[in-house]
Write a protein that binds this ligand. Structure first.
Ligand SMILES: O=C(O)CCC(=O)C(=O)O
Length: 312
């Protein structure tokens, strides 16, 4: 039966068909990727999290020889580094870039690259959107919050039904790689289907129809940043490990400041496509250091003493 006959379209299930993933994202606000990463690729993430230099490892460790994380609770975000442990393929994966291009257009930036580890016994996360800072469209004369005054608390709450007035577009694609299986028992991502079309944010005290995004290790949960979502509770005996690679439209601020954070020797080793993704490439003069006419920005101190003017 067709959608026209009043039957709602089925909710997303894991697929690797890009057309299906795009349709699910548009219609439901999320899609599920079936397993495309191999075991070796997933193991490299665990090495990056537990190996030397990992910010997770540098936190206090058990001194009784117990395995890393065995005594932790709650959840932790662990930043991953470009150019280390051969993990860059996660941010440049063709499915991730194809979906980011679909939602955001030809130019976009990597916004975040971090693992989200949900330890057994964590507390459930509150539903939220990943573009809570987005100014709301308004009608002239209506009260409005100035962009620099926006906090999570001042954004409008309501039901997740489609809006009947203009809403903001999505400007972020959130992509969560499943490094372990994501199951209802171990804290898989929860989402409210269709909430991306509401133009609203979830009320912390609200009760909504959620789905749990179960995907096998090596797959991914992908959502439009307007979709209401959160991680679940881990009642299993092992950590749930996800890696978030999120992408933002080129005119928005990235969550991670890659241009400042990347050591010069790592920058020099990257392809132009990767440097563009990380935010080094100018976009209509935006992102310049001191020369508006170059394609890629370079440190201002390399041009000390020279002045180059913008012409438009
Ligand atoms: O780890 C998850 O399942 C969801 C994480 C989340 O809520 C977020 O990235 O905003």
């Amino acid at each position: 039966m067709s959608e026209d006959a009043g039957v709602p379209p089925p909710l997303p299930s894991p697929s690797r068909d890009l057309g299906r993933l795009r349709d699910d994202l548009d219609r439901h606000g999320y899609c599920l990727l079936e397993a495309v990463l191999g075991e070796g690729e997933r193991e490299r993430v665990v090495e990056a999290l537990t190996g030397p230099g990992s910010s997770s490892r540098e936190r206090p460790q058990p001194d009784d020889g117990a395995p890393l994380w065995s005594y932790r609770d709650g959840d932790e975000w662990v930043p991953l580094r470009i150019g280390e442990y051969a993990l860059d393929y996660l941010v440049g994966h063709p499915v991730a870039l194809g979906l980011a291009r679909h939602l955001l257009g030809e130019r976009f930036h990597l916004s975040e690259f971090a693992a989200h580890v949900i330890h057994p016994g964590n507390r459930i996360m509150e539903l939220h959107t990943d573009q809570w800072w987005m100014p709301q469209p308004g009608i002239p004369g209506e009260p409005a919050v100035r962009p620099g005054d926006i906090t999570r608390e001042v954004q409008p709450h309501g039901r997740p039904a489609p809006a009947n007035r203009p809403i903001s577009p999505s400007v972020v694609l959130s992509f969560m790689w499943a490094i372990t299986d994501f199951t209802a028992a171990n804290g898989a991502t929860r989402l409210v289907p269709g909430s991306h079309l509401s133009g609203l944010h979830p009320d912390p005290a609200g009760d909504y129809d959620e789905v749990t995004a179960e995907v096998p290790a090596g797959g991914a949960v992908i959502w439009d940043a307007r979709t209401w979502h959160a991680s679940g509770a881990n009642g299993s005996g092992a950590p749930r490990i996800g890696v978030q690679t999120s992408y933002c439209a080129v005119q928005f601020r990235q969550l991670r400041n890659f241009t400042l954070g990347l050591p010069p020797e790592v920058q020099a080793s990257l392809s132009d496509d990767m440097r563009s993704l990380l935010g080094f490439r100018l976009w209509s003069s935006y992102g310049a250091t001191d020369d508006y006419d170059v394609e890629f920005a370079r440190p201002g101190y390399e041009r000390a003493g020279e002045r180059v003017s913008r012409t438009d």
